[in-house]
Design a binder for this molecule. Structure first.
Ligand SMILES: C[S@@+](CC[C@H](N)C(=O)[O-])C[C@H]1O[C@@H](n2cnc3c(N)ncnc32)[C@H](O)[C@@H]1O
Length: 240
């Protein structure tokens, strides 16, 4: 772990002076989630809590390990993860500084003796050395990434996971036509909040990066469909 990181100060890494479309989209997403941070726990409870529980049991987090959650939102999953890992290190990042600050404050309040750090960072530029984490958890993030940034973001998540480590993701399900139709309306109305469904693309990226999928199932909450996927990163082949 990079011990020079100042984990107490939320940081936003991706700052360019002449932003292209992807940068503009990310800034818009950050603004929206910064604004919604105080209200977000309600949405997370209504739509995500059942899938969070399923993902947690699929991830097989070991106490004493290094776990990273990317895109913590307001920190509901981070608290669950940290509870399973009281003797390890639980790190969270979110693009929105308000979300990151909320996640850290909430988790530290509930679990004062557990090592939890949370700060603002963009999934495309994770401030960690390669192969740092035993487990990476990422819930409902890929939908919000600009199309051209999906592959790069996935590669970055994979870079920080150690070979043989576990990646657990929750994706917005694409398995029901009525839900898909409803979601495409949400996409059209508020793209920076809902994003768009990309589960099938993410499954292709998993396979392309040498993961083996251990669990893959759907969870329904109200009419909202989530796809929970837990996968192991293959060890690189040794050349003789
Ligand atoms: C739909 S919310 C999901 C929050 C939480 N994971 C949950 O399960 O409820 C998506 C989160 O992703 C964050 N996010 C969006 N783009 C990001 C990026 N490029 N890097 C890191 N986080 C990002 C947003 O700020 C927001 O908090």
């Amino acid at each position: 772990m990079d011990t020079n990181l100042d984990l107490s100060e939320p940081r936003y890494v991706a700052q360019s002076k002449r932003p292209g479309n992807a940068e503009k989209a990310c800034r818009q997403t950050r603004r929206v989630y910064d604004l919604l941070a105080p209200l977000y726990p309600v949405s997370s409870l209504m739509f995500h809590s059942r899938a969070h529980r399923a993902a947690l049991s699929a991830s097989h987090i070991q106490n004493g390990s290094r776990v990273l959650e990317v895109a913590t939102g307001s920190g509901e999953m981070l608290k669950r993860v940290a509870r399973l890992n009281p003797d390890g290190q639980t790190i969270g990042v979110d693009l929105s500084p308000n979300m990151a600050a909320r996640s850290q404050a909430g988790a530290r309040k509930r679990l004062p003796r557990t090592r939890i750090h949370c700060h603002a960072a963009d999934v495309r530029y994770l401030p960690f050395h390669s192969a740092t984490f035993d487990t990476v958890v990422c819930c409902y993030l890929f939908e919000l990434l600009p199309q051209g940034e999906l592959a790069r973001s996935f590669a970055e998540l994979t870079r920080v996971l150690r070979p043989g480590g576990n990646l657990t993701v929750i994706l917005v399900g694409q398995n029901k036509s009525s839900f898909n139709a409803m979601y495409s309306v949400c996409t059209a109305v508020a793209p920076a909040f809902w994003g768009r469904q990309v589960a099938n693309q993410v499954m292709e990226l998993l396979q392309g990066h040498g993961y083996s999928v251990d669990k893959d199932y759907y969870v329904q909450q109200i009419h909202y469909s989530s796809r929970v996927v837990s996968a192991t990163l293959g060890r690189p082949h040794r050349s003789r």
